[in-house]
Design a protein around this ligand. Sequence first.
Ligand code: MG
Length: 462
Amino acid sequence: MSTHDYSRRDFLKSVGLGAAGLFVSGRVSGFQPQTGGIAPDNPNIIIIFADDLGYGDLGCFGHPTIHTPNLDRMAAEGVKLTQFYSASSVCTPSRAALLTGRLPIRSGMCSDRRRVLFPNSGGGLPPTEITIAQALKTRGYATACVGKWHLGHLPQYLPTRRGFDEYFGIPYSNDMKPCPLMDNEKVIEEPANQATLTKRYTGRAIRFIERNKNKPFFLYFAHTFPHIPLFASEKFKGKSLRGLYGDVVEELDWSVGQILSVLRKHSLAEKTLVLFTSDNGPWLVMKLRGGSAGLLRGGKGSTWEGGMREPCVAWWPGKIPAGTVGNGLSGTIDVFPTCLALAGVKAPSDRVIDGVDMLPVLLGTGKSQRNLMFYYRGTRLMAARKGPWKAHLITWAGYGDKPHKHDPPLLFHLEHDPSEKYDVAKRHPNVLADIMKEIEHHRGTLKPVKSQLEVPLPKNKT
Ligand code: MG
């Protein structure tokens, strides 16, 4: 039995359906996506995920010297989301949440000892978790993962075992050794020649799109950069006003332009949702080699806004109104239910799904269904946001800093004070009490799970 048969069977079990026959005319019986009257007709979905790109690193998000004409055009033709979050301020948990719609605390993809998976880790995204790719396979989508995976590098955890028809990329961060480049499950280069990665990823992504232009597809395109060490190809090296970091981001921007252009060329633009964002905030301690969170406080590793609020641009000509700004609360955790809604797939009912369908925010058809956001560092709940208010129980910049507990918690009004400068806890005890009640309720939904990040590599796999 192939991997896909397993995926499909497991998925059906998880949504409470025993047989494929319950999918009526290819649609799950009784399921109606909340799309405000849009007939989705199985659109293609492309998620482009940058690594460690900050909120302030794109032209359309205010960077003065990094030129991103393709992303700026994408925003001008689509929507720019200004209150969009990743689910973690570091790689592994952030990616687990994006692909499953669940907080990493529920899947075991976080830990207080090791913040991400390493080449000497033996764990990965548990087989009981369902990825977007697995869910979309049940509707006949072609699926590909191009780029950085970081959800387990042992064979049983690779994208090809998690609903993706194909994989091309590096299995973890580019500062980890030996940094192999893989084609499906085969290592084709070790270490990967990083200067040509963005270009080769882009070529692979384009070939996937062209090969599947006549059927629905899902492409998860997770760039290796601008995670450090930074590499740009010859064409981009030394060209940006912002130095090597700018060169790297400008090459990512070129890549986005290539993807959108191939969609236009094959008349797929109006059939394809493209969402561009980042896995976590900029790596500030790397100084000039790291990015910028713009006016947001903090960066990668912290639960200040700069660590988890991401630049996000979504594009779907004819569906997403051009040149709009969406300020509804949303995040990568919402991508899973949104993709399932677009494909007409019922969300699994045997587990907590933390995400909500974010189509109203993307399409500008209504208010965000999300009013709450939880900020975790490992297994610790550090802060929570309700509406415009954010309460910090603990702050910890990371990288040499120590945790600071706050009792009473710090309170910021993020719409008035996006830089989290002015603690107004004393003036709003009722707001704080209300958020504390939400936290208590949230904690009641958690169950202890084994951390995958602490599983050692089996002895014979060194
Ligand atoms: Mg990252």
